[in-house]
Design a protein around this ligand. Structure first.
Ligand code: FAD
Length: 435
């Protein structure tokens, strides 16, 4: 073990100090004694669900073995530290794709289960947990529990979205989906306001398996809620057979002393991005369609040394229009804001995890440079709206919601708490159960 934490979480906030315990095989033992431990995947959570300040992180990237793959059915079993990008590199050339993927491919299988992540196809495929067939849970008392929807189902439901607290996920089994080639058919449509978004969505979500919108969160007045609607489907057979051109990535080399994301750059970027000419319909490789941000590695460093906070909420369908309007108004008038504001309607599906975030409604996600108390105050004002509308905030993106709000957003938290491994803990869990 060493004293240095991995790079921390993606938002670079809050700071934390850890001991580390590296795992290199699914049969490796966990640290003994009364160590307070937490599994760490690839640190792509924005806040503190992957932090354990003062405790030990179980580093899982060494759990990187393939265990089984059936090329006839697409059923894949792999150790929990395998990245989704590694699965894609292996499976796409063989005509298989992930059943659900978040907006970055640099997450581990274990992290995808533990946050029950969602993607652009929630309305047709649900969240990652819904597509998980089985996993093995390794507890600090040495027991190993193989879990699936029907086998040890209560452990399965506690661990999906269970924030790494029920034990170490050693391996995961999912079923990949068939694709004809690595290309996507993508459509882009500009919308002028929130009402336009809802009208477009009613149409597109019946025709496309992947939908998402970028929204200009700096626009106010009659442009409030304007944005770009993006829909896509895997290209049919007969589309180009050539593999897509290799993607070049750039890396932001270090955290800048101050954030490049500020009131002026946000406003200028949003205006430019909204008006940028783009094809109404085009063939595009799957990488830029699903992972536009992965081209700029370590882009979180653009937010400077203080880091940034993300706010992702979901608002139930009946309250969505009014609540989103209020949230966008509060953001626009604060002068703080985001270049990366994403809006999407979840399908009417209930996720299987006791603490799963996805639920029927509209989800909005935005980044905010951390400007100290005024950013925290703004996010508390957004919480007022989310709570009143009967919504919830996503733990994977959170570093500051109050315990009272958490318990209201996730009423099954006390049932979940019975499944927590006595030696496991996290900065997030201590925070939301402290008051
Ligand atoms: C650019 C970007 C885009 C994103 N887009 C989306 C999106 O569209 N949808 C979405 O849902 N999320 C999205 N996310 C968030 C990300 O998908 C989740 O935070 C994901 O869980 C991170 O996985 P990780 O492997 O990095 O895990 P970490 O962040 O390291 O850990 C996440 C949680 O999983 C637990 N964990 C990790 N490994 C294990 C294990 N082996 N056993 C038990 N518990 C474990 C940890 O304790 C922690 O609680 C995005 C993040 C980024 C940076």
């Amino acid at each position: 073990m060493t004293d240095r934490a991995p790079d921390g979480s993606w938002g670079r906030y809050p700071p934390a100090r850890h001991r580390r315990w590296a795992l290199n095989h699914r049969s490796d033992r966990l640290p003994g004694g009364s160590n307070r431990v937490l599994p760490f995947g690839n640190g792509r959570s924005y806040g503190d669900v992957c932090l354990n300040d003062g405790g030990t992180l179980l580093l899982t990237r060494g759990l990187d073995r393939w265990i089984a793959f059936d090329p006839a059915t697409g059923v894949l079993r792999a150790e929990a530290g395998v990245l989704l990008s590694e699965i894609l590199a292996f499976s796409v050339p063989q005509g298989w794709f992930l059943p659900v993927t978040p907006g970055t491919q640099f997450v581990t299988l274990g992290g995808a289960v533990a946050n029950d992540v969602h993607g652009k196809n929630h309305h047709v495929a649900g969240s990652f947990g819904e597509q998980t067939r089985a996993f093995e849970l390794y507890r600090s008392d040495g027991s190993r529990i193989v879990c699936g929807p029907e086998e040890n189902g209560d452990w399965f439901r506690a661990t999906i979205g269970g924030l790494g607290l029920t034990g170490l996920i050693a391996w995961v089994e999912i079923r990949l989906r068939r694709i004809a080639n690595p290309w996507m058919v993508a459509e882009n449509r500009r919308f002028a306001n929130l009402d336009d978004f809802f009208a477009l969505n009613d149409d597109y979500e019946t025709r496309y398996p992947y939908i998402v919108s970028w929204i200009d969160c700096a626009a106010a007045g009659k442009g409030l809620g304007r944005g770009i609607y993006m829909a896509g489907m895997h290209a049919p057979p007969g589309a180009p057979t050539a593999p897509p051109p290799a993607r070049r990535s750039l890396t932001v080399p270090f955290a800048l002393p101050i954030s490049l994301v500020n009131r002026w750059s946000v406003r200028a970027f949003n205006r430019l991005y909204y008006h940028l000419p783009r094809p109404a319909r085009a063939l595009t490789p799957y990488q830029p369609f699903f992972y536009p941000l992965d081209n700029l590695l370590e882009w979180n460093r653009l937010y400077g040394q203080r880091g940034f906070l993300q706010y992702q909420c979901v608002i139930p369908p009946e309250a969505a229009r009014d609540a989103l309007r209020e949230i966008l108004n509060r953001i626009a008038s604060s002068g703080q804001g985001s270049m990366l504001a994403v809006l999407k309607r979840f399908g009417a599906r209930t996720s299987g995890g006791l603490l799963s975030f996805p639920r029927p409604g509209v989800t909005l996600a935005l980044d905010f440079p951390h400007l100290g108390q005024k950013t925290l105050d703004l996010l508390s004002r957004l919480d007022e709206v989310t709570r009143q509308a009967g919504g919830a905030v996503y733990p994977a993106k959170d570093a500051r919601m109050s315990g009272e709000h958490f318990r209201c957003y996730f009423p099954q938290w006390s049932t979940f708490a019975k499944f927590i491994d006595p030696n496991f803990s996290s900065s997030f869990w201590r925070r939301v159960t402290a008051d």
